[in-house]
Design a protein around this ligand. Structure first.
Ligand code: NAD
Length: 502
């Protein structure tokens, strides 16, 4: 189906497009033009019930199917993603605004999780011990948890859902995706491709919506696990509410990622890396660099280089070949970001590059903010304390590496951090002492590959397990430990004491 030609999007339940009973619909806009391009239904409780019923019914046979059969569906899905990568990227760019190259990259990063999950027969292998007692063997098996739900943010409509469902499905679970209502179309295309890959009906479902749909999933007794990625206040709410309803929950929240620049760093390299990491995807990445911590006397030359380079960034519609940075997601997001820039100025930071009024030819109504650079930011300022989630870099000046690490560790967010240095000693100190979930050494956005796990610490993640990698397999399975003996006669009497090895 050509989803982009529809005026009203359906949901996806039981292996087909589903017309919901809700009367509530929201607008989906193209952020580069400001036009409303389609409408998305906001599921009510009955719509969520329909999705959970389909997923629960499909669980019985899917969970019992051989893991190799499930892996083969994922392998076919992977090939379809690869084949349709460019079209998928177009949908992402149309609704999110990021450049086509960036959108395609995000599909590839999602595809890598599918590749990891295609090894599920190996990943599900448990432990085995002979003779834990005389003629007694013990082993563990990983079993699926049941119906799982994923609630995802607007900034990665392809990649973030694919952090979750390939592993959940590989482990034998069924899944309900509640994508962001800002860019919902891609999720339906993923559902179509999964069906084409041979996924049985009901194993993967999509419900659209807002808090009403999310609350229905959180309270539904047949939903056993919730994966969430989004802002910190909602992540905390999801974690607490899901746990209160007896579900396992992993809830990834917001971020304020720091890049330390040491006086011995290669400044040309660091400048390019920080510009890409701060302004790529208009700063709307949970791993975007937003705080640059200049150590010692490096600040003046670093700020000069960053400013020169920021002026050269081409801001424009994501589908224009020369655009390096697209618009932000909504008009409200643009106004919030420019309001925070106002605030930074009024609180005393030095505004070196001002992106509040970019002029984008032919796109007068797009939600654009140009690259913005502040110097002499201090930790008490709003632009440092809040997650801006826009193309705004803030330079903070500190005397030493110790001060830089202390600043990172005092921040409530703890997703990623990076250091730029030529010193192995400084790099190792940073690696050991920076209290964050993901650390980069001369790598500005240290997003782990799919076979490692992704997640932050402190207010950047609520729950015990990160997404994908082996943490993903642990999250989507529960372990059963089996102890077994095969006596050759029934001569042994009852045992009234605690069994001990013998
Ligand atoms: P958001 O928290 O507004 O929305 C995320 C999801 O929660 C959406 O599906 C939305 O419909 C739902 N939601 C929104 N309000 C809700 C409510 N009151 N009750 C229940 N559900 C609700 O986040 P966003 O604006 O879509 O995405 C940007 C945020 O996501 C940023 O804070 C960013 O740092 C974060 N993010 C984090 C990671 C990570 O890995 N830690 C990755 C990507 C994005």
């Amino acid at each position: 189906m050509d989803l982009t030609s529809l005026e009203r999007l359906p949901m996806w339940i039981g292996g087909r497009a589903f017309s919901p009973s809700t009367a509530r619909y929201g607008e989906v806009t193209n952020p580069a033009t400001g036009e409303v391009i389609r409408h998305v239904p906001y599921a009510n409780g009955a719509d969520v019930d329909a999705a959970v019923a389909a997923a629960a019914a499909a669980f019985r046979s899917w969970s019992k199917s051989p893991s190799l059969r499930r892996a083969r569906v994922l392998m076919k899905f992977r090939d379809l993603l690869d084949r349709h990568k460019k079209d998928l990227a177009k949908i992402v760019t149309q609704e999110h605004g990021k450049t086509l190259a960036d959108a395609e990259g995000s599909v590839t990063r999602g595809m890598e999780v599918v590749e990891f999950a295609s090894g599920i027969p190996h990943l599900l292998k448990g432990e085995h011990s002979d003779n834990v007692g005389t003629d007694v063997d013990s082993w563990s098996i990983r079993m699926p948890v049941g119906v799982c739900a994923g609630i995802t943010p607007f900034n990665f409509p392809a990649m973030v859902p694919m952090w979750m469902f390939p592993i959940a499905l590989g482990c034998g679970n069924t899944f309900i995706l509640k994508p962001s209502e800002r860019d919902p179309t891609l999720s339906l295309r993923l559902a179509e491709l999964l069906k084409e890959a041979g996924l049985p009906d009901g194993v993967f479902n999509v419900v659209h919506g807002d808090k009403e749909a999310v609350d229905a999933l959180l309270a539904h007794p047949d939903v056993k696990a919730i994966s969430f990625v989004g802002s910190t206040p909602i992540a905390k709410y999801i974690y607490e509410t899901g746990a209160r309803h007896g579900k396992r929950v992993q809830a990834l929240g917001g971020a304020k990622n720091h890049a330390i620049v040491m006086p011995d760093a290669d400044l040309d390299y660091a400048t390019e890396a920080i510009i890409g990491a701060g302004y790529g995807s208009a700063g709307e990445r949970c791993m975007a660099i937003s705080a640059v911590v200049a150590v010692g006397d490096v600040a003046d030359s670093l700020v000069e280089r960053l400013a020169k380079r920021a002026h050269k960034v081409t801001t424009g519609p994501g589908d224009a070949p020369d655009s390096e940075m697209g618009p932000v997601i909504t008009c409200a997001a643009r106004d919030r970001i420019t309001g925070l820039i106002d605030r930074g100025q009024s609180e005393g930071a030095t505004l070196v590059v001002d992106g509040r009024k970019p002029s984008i030819a032919g796109h007068p109504n797009g939600y654009f903010v140009g690259p913005t650079l502040f110097d002499r930011v201090t930790p008490d300022m709003t632009i440092y304390r809040e997650e801006i989630f826009g193309p705004v870099l803030a330079v903070l000046r500190v005397p030493s590496l110790n001060d830089a690490i202390a600043m990172i560790n005092a921040n409530p967010f703890a997703n990623g951090a990076a250091i730029f240095t030529r010193s192995g000693h400084a790099a190792r100190r940073f690696e050991q002492d920076a209290e964050v979930g993901m650390a980069g050494i001369n790598i500005p956005i240290p997003v782990p590959m799919s076979f490692y796990s992704f997640g932050g610490w402190r207010n950047s993640l609520f729950g015990d397990l990160h997404v994908h990698g082996m943490d993903g397999v642990r999250f989507y399975t529960r372990t059963k430990a089996v102890t077994s003996r095969w006596p050759d006669d029934g001569s042994e009497g009852p045992g009234f004491h605690m069994p001990v090895m013998g």
